[in-house]
Write a protein that binds this ligand. Structure first.
Ligand code: RDL
Ligand code: RDL
Ligand code: RDL
Length: 152
């Protein structure tokens, strides 16, 4: 399988390497194509190109919106762009965003970024390599990065 990984230089943690490391721990013999762009708003077209020009069957888009209102707006715009790219290509692009103000301090933010990237990579593996795996987790209050909330 061809897997696309797209990340940004704006992010303060190398989430792409964490995601690639996690994928390789679970499944072998896949072609992983990585692209890095400046910021989250550059992700949608980069992901679309990975799908249309490089033949990727799934892509992860990893980014870090900053703490300012402008950054949050940027993140929302990037998100709608990523959804548009998915609909245009009929292909999943897993959005892995960690907001810079989600961590209580820098250490916590780093831990969260690494964890969230890895847990979304595990979701990718479950979606494309382990048939029925996500159905087993349906309604279980799963979260990425933070502890799971659990079912009611
Ligand atoms: O196309 C060039 C830039 O506009 C693009 O890279 C933006 O995504 C960069 N950017 C902002 O301009 C901004 O105000 C980013 C953020 N905030 C942000 O919070 N996170 C980013 N990029 O990854
Ligand atoms: O593409 C992978 C994820 O980005 C995607 O599954 C999101 O829908 C996950 N998600 C969030 O990232 C978030 O900030 C969800 C929520 N909030 C939410 O409130 N409910 C969800 N997903 O079902
Ligand atoms: O409970 C409040 C939530 O907003 C908080 O838990 C965030 O961590 C939610 N969240 C994001 O804001 C985000 O950008 C999540 C994701 N991405 C995500 O990918 N997975 C999550 N939460 O479980």
């Amino acid at each position: 399988m061809k897997i696309g990984i797209c990340d940004t230089t704006f992010a303060r943690y190398d989430m792409a390497s964490a995601a690639i490391n996690e994928i390789n721990q679970h499944v072998a013999n896949n072609k992983i194509i990585r692209r890095t762009v400046p910021g989250v708003k550059d992700l949608p077209v980069a992901c679309k190109k990975l799908i249309e020009e490089e033949g990727c069957e799934v892509v992860m888009a990893l980014g870090m919106p900053g703490p300012e209102v402008m950054d949050k707006t940027c993140a929302h715009e990037a998100s709608t762009g990523l959804i548009q790219a998915q609909l245009m290509t009929n292909t999943h692009i897993l959005e892995v965003f960690v907001h810079e103000d989600e961590g209580v301090d820098e250490k916590d933010l780093k831990f969260l970024a690494d964890n969230r990237a890895r847990e979304h990579a595990q979701n990718l593996v479950k979606m494309f390599f382990k048939k029925g795996a996500l159905e087993k987790e349906a309604g279980m209050g799963m979260r990425e990065g933070h502890p799971d909330k659990g079912p009611l």
